[in-house]
Design a protein around this ligand. Structure first.
Ligand code: ASC
Length: 134
């Protein structure tokens, strides 16, 4: 599938996964702005943004090729590879939460959006806490 992207060089994999996360964060952030009351609630826009996040959520993981970790802030820790099943579980958790966010967003209800956004954000944070250098 498209999510099984292959890369010529390790740097290409790094670039790819960062690009996917950047686009996800952009669209997730647009929902966050509504949830936090920084922009007016717009159910259709929330749903469109959530669909993008949900689709993109499957892309970054092919880019976590062995040997592309680091020690600098923001880079993946070595346990992405030494504990790959746990990392994959965290990815699956996030993918499930953003899929639920996409469903919730279609209800056109701010409270439902807030609840689903909070759970999805929690799944982002938990993986960052465990697998990303602080
Ligand atoms: C975002 C974003 C993340 C998550 C995380 C949640 O909007 O870019 O990485 O939410 O900050 O705690």
């Amino acid at each position: 599938s498209a999510a099984q992207a292959q890369f010529q060089k390790p740097e290409d994999a790094v670039k790819y996964r960062k690009a996917a996360f950047t686009v996800m964060a952009t669209h997730f952030g647009r929902i966050g702005a509504m949830v936090q009351g920084r922009v007016p609630f717009d159910g259709a826009a929330a749903a469109a943004n959530a669909d993008i996040v949900a689709a993109l959520s499957h892309l970054p993981y092919a880019g976590f090729v062995e040997g592309t970790g680091g020690t600098e802030k923001g880079t993946p820790k070595a346990n992405v590879w030494t504990e790959r099943p746990k990392f994959d579980e965290a990815a699956k958790k996030m993918q499930g939460e953003v899929a639920k966010l996409a469903v919730a967003a279609k209800a056109n209800n701010l409270d439902q959006l807030k609840a689903a956004f909070g759970s999805a954000a929690g799944s982002c944070k938990s993986c960052h806490d465990d697998f990303r250098n602080q």
